[in-house]
Ligand binder design. Structure first.
Ligand code: NI
Length: 206
């Protein structure tokens, strides 16, 4: 999930990477850490259902995490799912940076096992739909079961922004984007605007 428009407009990226220096996935947060290209709509991987991570693939997942975190912090974003960096596996990362402190969460094979009847609406954005934001309504609280980067089975009960962010990232593993929660009219408006903005950007770059 993208950080809110206010953050995206600011110069939070460099600052976020600085803060991330103390991050356990970036023991040597050097200039040489290689960012991963973020896949943007309409790439078909964003519409595909990702495959569960097998026990034998845990090393591969762990190997990707430092670059995924660096990519997310630089964007800046607060969540990033594997399909968004071209990897069709069921895992995602989240960090809301509460109190400006890196608080990374690695969700491998996450599953929503309970959701509240109460709904909450908040503005969402997505690094795969750069610059686009809309109000999305989801269950206000969710209980999620997942495997962490050490292979331990965990459960998290989330509310507020964390609940929205985790649901947004799990949606990515099922090929669902935040615009898929909107009316067809709103969705098409956003997708057309994004396509136009990307065309303009490419034209400027030429
Ligand atoms: Ni997203």
């Amino acid at each position: 999930m993208a950080a809110g428009p206010a953050v995206a407009r600011g110069e939070a990226a460099a600052e976020a990477v600085d803060r991330a220096a103390s991050h356990r996935y970036m023991p040597d947060m050097s200039d040489t850490i290689e960012m991963l290209p973020i896949v943007v709509v309409p790439d078909p991987i964003l519409k595909a259902r990702a495959r569960p991570v097998a026990a034998t693939e845990m090393d591969q997942v762990r190997g990707l995490l430092p670059r995924m975190f660096a990519t997310m912090y630089q964007a800046p974003g607060i969540g990033l799912a594997a399909p968004q960096v071209g990897v069709g596996l069921r895992f995602a990362i989240v960090d809301l940076m509460p109190d400006d402190k890196p608080t990374p969460i690695v969700l491998i094979n996450p599953e929503v096992i309970a959701r509240s009847e109460e709904l909450a609406t908040r503005e969402e954005g997505c690094l795969s739909l750069p610059g686009q934001y809309a109000d999305v309504t989801r269950p206000a609280r969710v209980m999620v079961r997942y495997t962490d980067a050490d292979g331990a089975k965990r459960q998290i009960e989330a509310d507020g922004l964390l609940a929205a962010c985790i649901q947004h990232e799990i949606d990515h593993l099922d090929g669902i984007l935040f615009v898929d929660h909107l009316s067809a009219l709103k969705r098409n408006m956003i997708l057309r605007r994004l396509a136009k903005e990307l065309r303009q950007k490419r034209a400027e770059a030429m």
